[in-house]
Design a protein around this ligand. Structure first.
Ligand SMILES: [Zn+2]
Length: 360
């Protein structure tokens, strides 16, 4: 049954993933995050399961949990692939590499961000260069992170955000908040001031596993944008170097913020740059599969709430628990109908990636 692929916490997801990968005959690596621990002090790992020859010329990389607790969804998709034997459908020349819980801190602690409050999918910038400026975030930071999460203070903050959207348009607000910012470590969508552990770890997976590879297909599972249960395919690569190819692989369904076709605002520092630092734009065909949960307002409020409790609230308090439930629910619809849609789309995506890889 589809719903059995999904898990109620990181430990269960990890056990299921490792069990399914082992049963399928994968070679497995466990990468310990030395900077983070789980809610009960437990060790946290990103797990890598690999199939295919060591000198493979093509690689299909499937990632879950880039955004922490979005991994409830992506982990279920990965486990479904393994349990249903879909790893066997790859062509022999292709390495199939699963990366489970890219951001294990966020997955285990039910947060979208990493242990250093970083949005991992904004962290892949060149940290030796001046950071991209998000001037709009400066304007709204105090509303995104109010001093109190109740009563008049919260209402004033929400009014501030609403006024910004009224003046500049809702997409401008989404861009200001979610585009990524390097100036406020206590803020939302903080992109960091150094490569975070998961960033460095992904780069080491690329160098350890893909030195002979000529073409990478990348699938990174996300949640929280778009209509409930719909899996939008957002280009996760160089627009000029890969959009046309991605369209031909995925039935012309690929969207991009570069041409305004995506529900995503324009972002900086996305994970695809870890690949584009090693591979030419023509060598990467990457997509993020973005599953809708609730409306943007609900999701952004939950992210602000989670950020707020981690700054100001004691773990286990009523408000803390309320915030935890909000961020969990905002990024994962824990019902069978949603999971069935997610699973069906994930299998469709994998099949198209296999077919596409045959053409390069
Ligand atoms: Zn995401």
């Amino acid at each position: 049954m589809v719903f059995e692929y999904f898990s109620s916490d990181y430990n269960e997801a990890r056990d299921k993933f490792l069990g399914a990968a082992r049963a399928a005959g994968a070679s497995i690596e466990n990468r310990l995050n030395p900077n983070a621990s789980g809610p009960n002090g437990e060790e946290l790992y990103t797990d890598v399961a690999r199939f295919g020859p060591d000198d493979a010329k093509k690689a299909l990389v499937i990632i879950s949990g880039t955004h922490g607790n979005e991994g409830f969804c992506g982990s279920g998709c990965q486990i479904g692939y393994l349990k249903e034997g879909l790893h066997q459908n790859r062509s022999e020349e292709t390495a199939l590499i699963f990366v489970h819980a890219m951001n294990p801190y966020g997955f285990a602690n039910v947060r979208r961000v990493t242990e250093d409050n970083v949005d991992l999918n904004r962290n892949f910038v060149d940290h030796s260069k001046p950071y991209p400026v998000n001037a709009a975030y400066e304007e709204i930071h105090r509303f995104a992170v109010p001093k109190v999460w109740a009563g008049g203070g919260l209402e004033e903050a929400n009014r501030g955000l609403a006024a910004y959207a009224e003046k500049n348009g809702p997409m401008a607000l989404q861009g200001a908040v979610s585009g990524g910012q390097h100036t406020h470590p206590d803020g939302v969508f903080f992109a960091g001031t150094a490569p975070t552990w998961s960033n460095t770890m992904l780069r080491s997976i690329i160098s350890d596993h893909m030195s002979d590879v000529d073409h990478v297909a990348l699938i990174d599972f996300h949640t929280g944008l778009g209509p409930n249960g719909h899996g939008e395919l957002i280009l996760n690569g160089d627009f000029r170097g890969s959009c046309e190819r991605a369209q031909s692989w995925y039935n012309n369904e690929v969207t991009s913020f570069e041409d305004g076709s995506s529900t995503s605002a324009k972002l900086t520092g996305m994970m695809c740059f870890a690949f584009l630092d090693v591979f030419a734009p023509e060598q990467l065909t990457g997509i993020a599969v973005e599953y809708g949960t609730y409306d943007v307002g609900t999701v952004l409020t939950a992210m602000r709430f989670d950020n707020w409790i981690n700054l100001y609230e004691t773990p286990g308090s009523d408000l803390w628990n309320e915030g935890k439930k909000a961020i969990r629910d905002a990024l994962y619809c824990d019902n069978d109908e949603w999971k069935a849609l997610v699973h069906e789309r994930a299998n469709w995506v994998l099949d198209h990636a296999y077919q596409g890889l045959k053409t390069v």
